[in-house]
Design a binder for this molecule. Sequence first.
Ligand SMILES: [Zn+2]
Length: 96
Amino acid sequence: MRRRPEASEPVRSCIGCRTRRPQSALVRITRSAHGVTFDGASDGRGAWLCRSATGAVAGACLDTALAKRAFDRAWRSRLGTAEMADIRERSGVAHV
Ligand SMILES: [Zn+2]
């Protein structure tokens, strides 16, 4: 991989809208034996979603990611409805 000085910050794709952004513009969501962690330094597979102006996960991207089961792909495992509800609840995104 080629490295360019102006692109030193790693770029990730939002699993909802698929937009590529620098890591700081995204929220990292990881899943471990302890459950789902938002923006934490938890290890395990990360799923990235756009960060909204408030610092929380962008609601539209979360909805898209849940609708197309993008978390399943990011975490390589099937998410149950309880877990999906948990993610939505703790994402900071208001219910629509
Ligand atoms: Zn997004």
